[in-house]
Design a protein around this ligand. Sequence first.
Ligand SMILES: [Cu+2]
Length: 155
Amino acid sequence: MLIRFGVILLLLGWAFAQGQGLRVENAWVRLVPNQTTAAYMVLVNTGARPVRVLGVSSPIAARGELHQTQFVDPNDHLGMDHRHSPEMKGLEVTGMRPVKELVVPARGRLELKPRGTHIMLIDLRQPLRQGQRVRLVLRLEGGRTLSVDAVVRAQ
Ligand SMILES: [Cu+2]
């Protein structure tokens, strides 16, 4: 009886850890003729703790990366970095760089979007098709994963 109870607790703990209160909305992959594309989504954390995304992979690509778009103010002669500025008007996209992790705040959300934080899918195995369903696997801290169903569209 005690053992059975223990097993149920373990299963509950596992189920809780799997979900961890993280959910994904509106996931999509940009339809491009290139070998590399980007994926966007809204990560919603209903849990009381921040959730860290440490990596991403997909069966359609050789490699996935977490990226941050970089901006520069053309009027700023020091070339100041505005990566985290909420006010991005007038700023020019100068490139992007891989980041080690994305943090979804407790009871908050993180939007991956064009000109912002995004997922890079590198070396696509096949050309993308409009409306195609693509699986993305987010690797979370603690060795957990979250499977995401994204749709391919032009924008
Ligand atoms: Cu990128």
